[in-house]
Design a protein around this ligand. Sequence first.
Ligand code: CO8
Length: 261
Amino acid sequence: FSHYMEFITVTPAARPRVALIQLNRPKELNALNLQLMQEVAAALKELCADDSVRVIVLTGSERAFAAGADIKQMAGRTAIDMLTIDQFSTWDQIRKTHKPLIAAVSGFALGGGCELAMTCDMIVASETAQFGQPEIRIGTMPGAGGTQRLTRALGKARAMEMVLTGQPISALEAERHGLVNRVVPVGQYLEEAFRLAASIAQMSPVAARLAKESVNRAFETHLDEGLHFERKNFYMTFASEDQKEGMAAFVEKRPADFKGR
Ligand code: CO8
């Protein structure tokens, strides 16, 4: 089934075990107003609680993944308005989604749109995708992780150039620098994202959750602490039925049937 919020469309069973969230504010190129972001966070929460969903794909339209924060909504705000609105608590909820989250990006991924794509675990891009942080051109700067995530992905010099000039990069450049997983023709980006999602959806959701947490940890801590964290999560997989099933299936030369227990 499919249910509708005002600015997004959620399809819990878009593919077997794969849900789709589509940003759906086409006239504004999916500009991310506060309500849209709250809808995304609420949808993710619901999909995370649904055992039939193992992987989530987040997409926009062919023309725009998202053209950034809603400039018209932000234009008159004061610093204290921004502080009290505290929109980034919504972003923090999105970031903490424990199921694998894949962005399927076509067209504009600018400002908050680029940051939203980078908040996902992986990015599948169409050839027409462009990634940029144009905030400097409107007298501000990235606020939802752009200066941090671009710098980690592209290195200082390139991130600095993007953030200080506002000049976007193409999908192919983004792929070359490891910002996106792959680039495909525009007619195929969503299918390709579903294909990637389906391959992950076959795995143990317990192992996927612990592995995702561990990879993310690499960005948050030093090596010794990261290795320690990884080891604990690795041990924890041995508490799952899925680990027993996975290894038994290997020995018995049959496909594994992971239950998420
Ligand atoms: N906010 C509000 N409306 C927008 C936005 C936006 N970010 N982007 C596009 N729109 C609207 C346009 O105003 C226009 O509406 P209307 O028809 O009513 O005038 C409609 O979408 C179509 O846009 P254009 O006519 O401009 O379409 P073009 O094809 O000529 O240009 C562009 C497309 C290049 C994407 C252009 O629209 C543009 O430059 N948009 C703004 C991009 C931008 O600066 N983004 C950064 C915003 S700031 C930001 O993201 C801060 C992030 C930190 C916090 C994150 C919290 C969410």
